[in-house]
Design a protein around this ligand. Structure first.
Ligand code: PLP
Length: 400
């Protein structure tokens, strides 16, 4: 047998659904910045400040006391109790039976999807959107339809009728993220009520990603953005995902939680077992400190973020060709500027030429093309330095 008769060796590839996942375009931009000195990074969704000291101390003490073992799949009892109290305080009566601790928000999203979605199921998501919400159901073999927000004089808005008509009887799950990453859009309580009623009628599950619920600026008296937890009974087909990452600056700790019907909890426990088994014990102890002693910290954080948001909106508005509006929630500005029609190429050029790190709108789906995302979770001096770099870039490239 000659060599040419042998079958072509097949590369050891992942299965098709995994190979088809979108790689992170934010990473691609960050990679373009390797070797560039002094990059100002506004591309990731996190603050430049470390976790508050009282939370770090709680973790150190827990470690010193030997909190190094596996815990219950659904989390240690004192953290579940603390979270039940926290959610009750913000959104009405919630018992421990409805709370599960997770390894941050992204794991909570995966668990929520694994609970209700299987191969061939139809999932609807509102976009532009943090890619994980769209890609996670695809890992499970589901088919994801998107409904795009519109952009106009009011900023980003939802056409409710379009969303409702996309929620057909054969839809298994609606994935919603409000306050939204990347646009800062916030779904109103009226829209939530209409969607909830529609989904109730058709038996559609809702996964509500509310990790930015505390980062809400439209109403000084409201402690959170409108939440499905304010409207839905705890035993309805609603799974609410939350995280310690944003409200307590704990991105690196990987701690989050789920509020879900009590009837799901045994099965959720099994999924936790097969995914991560549990969140780390000493991290869970730190979570108790965050929930029980962190309220004044979170309120100050929200006030600081609002100041940063308004500062950046003012500074960017002064640049030629930049169209930016102050959104009601999250910690991003998602705005258009000259060159953003090819946002990936623009963001690579920005990092290479002037060391400005922002995320391309196309990273959040085709509906995001034409925009870039800037995370403003830092002080105003740093924002000013970034805006100066953008100004230099625009002066160089846009004929004036
Ligand atoms: C919309 C949204 N959901 C969930 C997460 C998950 O965050 P974490 O896994 O750090 O809790 C993020 C992080 O940026 C996010 O933007």
């Amino acid at each position: 047998m000659s060599e040419s008769d042998l079958p072509t060796p097949r590369l050891p590839n992942a299965r098709d659904a995994v190979r088809a996942l979108r790689p992170s375009q934010i990473r691609e931009v960050a990679n373009a910045g390797f070797g560039v000195e002094n990059v100002l990074p506004f591309w990731f969704g996190e603050s430049d400040r470390v976790t508050p000291e009282f939370i770090r101390t709680a973790a150190s003490e827990a470690l010193a006391q030997g909190a190094t073992f596996y815990t219950h799949n659904l989390g240690i009892a004192p953290l579940r109790e603390a979270l039940a109290g926290y959610v009750t305080n913000l959104h009405g009566a919630t018992s421990v039976d409805h709370i599960a601790v997770t390894s941050a928000g992204v794991n909570a999203l995966m668990l929520a999807a694994q609970l209700v979605v299987g191969a061939g199921d139809r999932v609807v998501a509102v976009t532009p959107l943090w890619p994980n919400l769209v890609e996670i159901p695809k890992i499970l073999g589901a088919h994801v339809e998107t409904v795009a927000l519109g952009y106009g004089a009011q900023g980003w808005t939802l056409d409710l009728e379009r969303l409702l008509s996309a929620l057909t009887p054969d839809t298994k799950l609606l994935m919603l993220n409000s306050p939204n990453n990347p646009t800062g859009w916030v779904m109103s309580a009226e829209q939530q009520r209409a969607v909830l009623e529609h989904c109730r009628r058709l038996g559609i599950w809702i996964v509500a990603d509310e990790v930015y619920e505390r980062l809400y600026y439209a109403d000084d008296k409201a402690r959170t953005a409108p939440s499905f937890l304010d409207l839905a009974g705890r035993d309805e087909r609603v799974i609410c995902v939350n995280s310690f990452s944003k409200a307590w600056l704990m991105t690196g700790w990987r701690l989050g939680w789920i509020v879900a019907p009590a009837s799901l909890m045994d099965d959720l426990g099994k999924l936790v077992e097969y995914n991560t088994s549990c969140a780390p014990a000493f991290v869970q102890q730190a979570g108790i400190a965050a929930v029980q002693q962190g309220e004044s910290f979170t309120r100050q954080l929200v006030a600081d973020l609002k100041t940063s948001r308004d500062h950046l909106v003012r500074a960017l508005s002064a640049l030629p060709g930049v169209d930016v509006k102050a959104p009601p929630g999250s910690m991003y500005l998602f705005f258009s500027l000259p060159g953003a029609q090819q946002s990936l190429a623009l963001c690579k050029a920005l990092v290479r030429e002037v060391g400005l790190g922002v995320a391309p709108g196309s990273a959040f789906g085709p509906e995001g093309e034409g925009f870039v995302r800037w995370c403003y979770a830092c002080d105003t001096a740093r924002l000013d330095a970034g805006v100066a770099r953008l100004q230099t870039f625009l002066a160089r490239h846009v004929a004036g």
